[in-house]
Design a protein around this ligand. Structure first.
Ligand code: SAM
Length: 193
């Protein structure tokens, strides 16, 4: 399984936002929606071996984590509003410490980065990291930030994790995911494609 974890520093933790204004009314939820789409969509198909975790840190009840499973997701179309609508539905259900399915293949729980770091072997995607083209073993999960820098508290949590780079320039998070998946595609045996 390939996993991407994206931190939404201002992303709302209630469904009280407009799909017509996800950048403004939802704390840049549009960035997270694009990350879901980059993680899961191929042309006319889905990447069933990918999971995308969104860590929402905005008001009113942070932190919450929403999981999109490429294997199980339904009702997701490749436009931002579609992912936004599934996120809204997830934020509308009662949230506990364990993942609860809100719509097929979309789950929500309380908690954020610390728990995910304890669950997976996570690498940080960072332009100053080791060039991904020179690494033999690819980690199982990759952490990205949204449009903001990681906070001091997050920096403390990820101080010792491996840093990998997809290139020298700072890219948007969704573009970074696309490049990372392309690198994985190229390494897979023809039988796995
Ligand atoms: C738009 S950047 C974050 C904003 C950035 N910290 C800033 O304000 O300058 C989004 C995320 O994409 C990832 N990223 C961007 N460029 C990258 C690169 N060249 N290699 C690896 N990851 C990259 C990082 O995880 C980063 O947190």
């Amino acid at each position: 399984m390939k996993r991407f974890i994206v931190i939404g520093h201002k992303a709302l933790t209630s469904g009280d936002f407009s799909l017509n204004d996800m950048p403004g009314s939802a704390g840049r939820m549009d960035v997270l929606c694009r990350c879901v789409n980059s993680s899961l969509f191929l042309s006319h198909d889905l990447r069933r071996d990918v999971e995308c975790y969104l860590v929402l840190l905005g008001e009113p009840n942070p932190p919450k984590t929403i999981l999109f499973s490429g294997e199980r997701v339904r009702y997701l179309n490749p436009d931002e509003r579609s992912a936004g609508s599934l996120i809204k539905k997830a934020l509308g259900i009662t949230c506990s410490d364990e993942f609860t399915e809100s719509t097929k293949g979309v789950y929500i729980r309380r908690g954020g980065l610390e728990r995910l770091l304890s669950e997976f072997q996570v690498a940080l995607l960072d332009e100053h990291g080791v060039d991904i083209r020179t690494t033999d073993e690819l980690p199982e999960a990759y952490l990205l930030s949204d449009h903001m820098n990681f906070s001091e508290g997050e920096e403390d949590l990820i101080r010792d994790v491996q840093k990998v780079s997809v290139g020298p320039k700072i890219l948007h998070a969704d573009h970074t995911i696309t490049i990372m998946l392309n690198e994985m595609d190229r390494r897979e045996k023809p039988s796995e494609l």
